[in-house]
Write a protein that binds this ligand. Structure first.
Ligand code: PMP
Length: 428
């Protein structure tokens, strides 16, 4: 493929934007080469500035569950734009999307909209601290909850891709209140709680981890967390920024029949515009300003264009009773095809999948936590990534990311992807 224009644009961008990107994972630093500049996208396809076309498995890192430039979402945004782009006052559409979200997701009565997943998680933790009157939080190694200070402690996603899971700039004072546990290890969580009795406000986790590749919760891990939280007056926060409206209408809570105390959203809920949200029952949410003392605000929060995109997206998902089954079937089909192609070519691998989240680890053995995820062969991944790109398939430029399956993918697209995996596997 020819990447002339992308390379030139990147050289230009590097002069005025750190690393040429506005979010580190977009850089190809972990895999080598220069990032591709995309000029447009439709359905399952991306088109870059050199007119190369790719089947897309990043999907804006999750939001485009129905494919790019999905007509009802685009139309809703275009119509709203004509009426003004921001007022800084309440608008009817905020209540409409809030009502719909509350009706789709279990265990929540109220929801507050923000502008990103980071803001959602940061605000959820502040609310948990304000509500419980306690300071410490437990997070899991390899989970990513955005780039707010408390979370950049053994963080996943770009933070681990670039070898900076603990960021400079996060003070000791902040870091000491974030206690680190091993994903899928309830005994470890219990030990930490025991050693910090009465001090822990909340446990935050991705109910299906997606930022160290895809890692499902094992056995009764989520249920055990619920029990341990109840026994110790700790709030359980599900960071459903990836899983919300993706694994089921009601997200991971619905899929696993679980109850979280606070739920965070991002990605799908904004239909591709900058939206995050956090939600809980009325009692907890009543602690939030202006009802209560826990402060949280935003000039552009609940922005009409963002709400229009999000509402259109949720309406589409809500009315389509087959969507999650279709996504599951497509992802299972891809899963089987990849296993077959890699096995046939003697490539060591482990594939994890939950619903429409899937990831390929180039290592043997179960991948259940950060330690096992980090064992994957990064050299193989780099070759795999570039090979797939050359074959017209765009996956995330890091071994620590999940592939997101969209309903816009046809079985022909999936077959092309599997054929690409087979072709690339021969070269590994
Ligand atoms: N939580 C999870 C689980 C995420 O995957 C992400 C982003 N990938 C975030 C939080 C942060 O969201 P944002 O990038 O919108 O701030």
């Amino acid at each position: 493929m020819n990447y002339t224009r992308s390379s030139a644009l990147f050289a230009q961008a590097e002069k005025v934007i750190p690393g040429g990107v506005n979010s580190p994972v977009r850089a190809f630093k972990a895999v080598g080469g220069t990032p591709i500049f995309i000029k447009e996208a439709k359905g399952a396809y991306l088109v870059d500035e050199d007119n190369n076309k790719y089947i897309d498995y990043i999907n804006s890192w999750g939001p485009m569950i129905l494919g790019h430039a999905y007509k009802p979402v685009v139309d809703a945004v275009v119509e709203k734009t004509k009426k003004g782009t921001s007022f800084g006052t309440p608008t009817e559409i905020e209540t409409q999307i809030a009502e719909l979200a509350v009706s789709m997701v279990p265990n929540i009565d109220m929801i507050r909209f923000v502008n990103s997943g980071t803001e959602a998680c940061m605000s959820a933790v502040r609310l948990a601290r304000g509500y419980t009157g306690k300071d410490k939080i437990i997070k899991f190694a390899g989970c990513y909850h955005g780039h707010s200070d408390s979370f950049l402690i053994q963080a996943g996603s770009g933070a681990v891709t670039f070898g900076a899971p603990n960021s400079p700039g996060v003070t000791q004072g902040t870091a000491k209140d974030t206690l680190l546990a091993r994903y899928n290890d309830i005994e470890n969580v219990k030990q930490i709680i025991e050693a910090n009795k009465g001090e822990i406000a909340c446990i935050i986790l991705e109910p299906v981890a997606g930022n160290m590749g895809c890692i499902p919760p094992q056995n009764d891990f989520l249920k055990q967390l619920r029990e341990v939280c109840d026994a110790n007056d700790i709030l359980l926060i599900f960071d459903e920024v990836m899983t919300g409206f993706r694994l089921a209408k009601g997200g991971a809570q619905e899929l696993f029949n679980m109850k979280a105390d606070i739920v965070c959203f991002g990605k799908v809920i904004g239909g591709g515009l900058p939206v995050g949200a956090f939600a809980a029952n009325k009692e907890i949410m009543s602690h939030l300003a202006p009802l209560g003392p826990v402060y949280q605000a935003g000039t552009l929060s609940g922005n009409p264009l963002a709400m229009a995109a999000g509402l259109a997206m949720l309406q589409e998902l809500n009315k389509d009773s087959e969507i999650y089954t279709r996504l599951e079937e497509k992802t299972a089909y891809l899963h089987n095809g990849i296993v077959e192609a890699l096995t046939k070519n003697n490539i060591t691998h482990t594939i994890n999948r939950v619903g429409s989240m899937i990831s390929v680890h180039f290592d043997e053995g179960a991948v259940v936590d950060f330690e096992t995820a980090a064992k994957g062969n990064n050299e193989t991944f780099k070759k795999f990534f570039h090979g797939m790109l050359d074959n017209g398939v765009y996956i995330a430029p890091s071994a620590f990311e999940t592939w997101f399956i969209t309903d816009a993918l046809s079985y022909e697209d999936l077959d092309k992807t599997i054929a690409a995996v087979d072709a690339v596997a021969k070269t590994l």
